[in-house]
Design a protein around this ligand. Sequence first.
Ligand SMILES: [Zn+2]
Length: 75
Amino acid sequence: MSVRMRHTRAHTKNRRSHHALKGPAVSKCSNCSESHIRHKACLKCGSYRGRQVIDVVKKLKKKQQRIKEKEKQQQ
Ligand SMILES: [Zn+2]
């Protein structure tokens, strides 16, 4: 069978040259000037648009406790 509407390899590759994915939109935190993903809260200080939305200290404590419990289970 012969392919009637076949494109050349160059034609296909030219078309696909626009298909690459762009990296995530990153912006600077107004509170601590750390880079964070746009439209998301800063993971370092937990603020979004100049407002505190995540209790970072509480979250860190919770994480450390979870690690401790995991270590206890392994023993
Ligand atoms: Zn921040």
